[in-house]
Write a protein that binds this ligand. Structure first.
Ligand SMILES: Cc1ncc(COP(=O)(O)O)c(C=O)c1O
Length: 393
């Protein structure tokens, strides 16, 4: 990997080079003869001339994402959805088939079900965790792109990335993976054969619940430039101020993730035999459905900061539990320094029927936790008191 970390000495020549990237709060840059050469030579892709194309603060954030993935190229986008939409609209044309996991984030689901078909893209959905089903569907549909989430929401199941990348290669298709839940701290899909990684940087990457941003990462220069061209015309660029917040958040990414993943695994172990809890799901648990080769290869180290608990008494009880929490915050989203708790049936997966949720592995009573930095002891005590206060009278 190129060492593309932001370095004041490298990015500035003055003796007052700042240690952190300045916020280039400017839409446009003064031009000289060499700028025109850059613009004409690269179609503007590598020229610093207009902030929808390039901006040094945004570039510093993109370099940080690339570094975290040990990858060659990253682009920052205005949101995770902009990263996903821009990538898929680059790789797919009318008449192409997109073979996509059934278990994806709600707005991605809408993009796949509603928006892409309107453009003549044929979207075929598939159970993400059944490699035989992917194999059959690839033979039957000859897709241009395979799409899934490294770790699914909220089942916390893992894609068999080595198997899917072999399949994509054999079919001359591209493998695109949303790595938001897993994060590059736990999983680096490019190294397991994915072509492009898309992420909501809003979550663990930026890490402070204060900025909406996305990222697109690849080792393939041609693909990177094709996606960048589309990002320029579709307009999903990141604002420099937001890029600064994302950059700053990423400076503590490793230490935040180490602590949150450790606390998540400890919490999952402590809650596994708790009265009132039917089941605890975390990739560190021996009873995780992908325990063994898939977990060991896809998440070889830390196992992520998301935990799912299934509470006895279904959705009514889990709602009461949610209202009783005093440390964890009842809110959608994930990846902040504060622990966030939500229930899929009334937030991320409200648009599904109870049957559809069950089919996709979301039973009644499922509580999703994004573990922050409070420590497992405080969180377990909070969950215990909220469980106790949620027992129906
Ligand atoms: C897995 C996943 N992908 C993508 C997104 C979209 O990200 P953003 O809200 O930054 O557009 C989300 C948002 O929750 C998500 O959970």
């Amino acid at each position: 990997m190129d060492d593309n970390r932001y370095r004041p000495g490298r990015n500035h020549t003055s003796k007052t080079a700042p240690v952190v990237p300045p916020i280039y709060q400017t839409t446009t840059f003064e031009l000289d003869d060499s700028s025109y050469e850059d613009i004409q030579g690269t179609g503007g892709l590598h020229a610093t001339w207009y902030s929808r194309f390039n901006n040094p603060t945004v570039d510093a954030a993109a370099a940080e994402v690339a570094r975290l993935h040990d990858a060659r190229h990253s682009l920052m986008t205005s949101s995770g959805m902009a990263a996903i939409a821009t990538t898929l609209l680059t790789l797919l044309r009318s008449g192409d088939v997109l073979l996509a996991s059934r278990q994806v984030y709600g707005d991605t689901d809408d993009l796949l079900n509603r928006d892409l078909p309107r453009l003549g893209i044929n979207v075929v959905r598939i159970d993400a965790f059944d490699v035989d089903a992917w194999t059959e569907a690839v033979e039957q549909h000859h897709p241009a792109v395979l799409y899934g989430e490294t770790m699914s929401n909220p089942q916390l199941r893992l894609l068999d990335l080595p198997a899917l990348s072999r399949l994509a290669r054999s079919a001359d298709a591209r493998l695109v993976v949303d790595n938001t839940f897993a994060t590059p701290y736990c999983a680096r899909p490019l190294q397991l054969g994915a072509d492009v990684v898309v992420e909501s940087a809003t979550k663990f990457l930026a890490g402070h619940s204060d900025v909406i941003a996305g990222a697109i990462t690849t080792d393939d220069l041609e693909l990177h430039e094709e996606i960048q061209r589309r990002l320029i015309t579709l307009g999903g660029c990141l604002d420099p101020h937001a890029a600064f917040l994302a950059w700053r958040g990423m400076r503590t990414f490793g230490v935040r993730m180490a602590e949150s993943c450790r606390a998540a695994a400890a919490l999952a172990a402590m809650m596994a035999d708790e009265v009132g809890v039917e089941h605890v799901r975390h990739p560190s648990r021996p009873d995780h459905p992908d325990a063994g080769p898939v977990v060991d290869v896809v998440m070889p180290g830390a196992k992520g900061a998301m935990v799912a608990l299934v509470v006895e008494g279904g959705d009514e009880r889990v709602l009461a539990l949610l209202r009783g929490l005093r440390v964890a915050v009842e809110a959608t989203s994930l990846g902040g320094v504060e622990t966030l708790a939500s229930v899929p049936f009334n937030s991320s997966h409200f648009n599904m029927t109870a049957e559809q949720r069950l089919e996709s592995g979301i039973p009644p009573g499922l509580l999703r936790l994004s573990v922050g930095l409070e420590g497992e002891q405080a969180l377990v005590e909070d969950l215990r008191q909220a469980l106790a206060s949620s027992v129906p009278a």
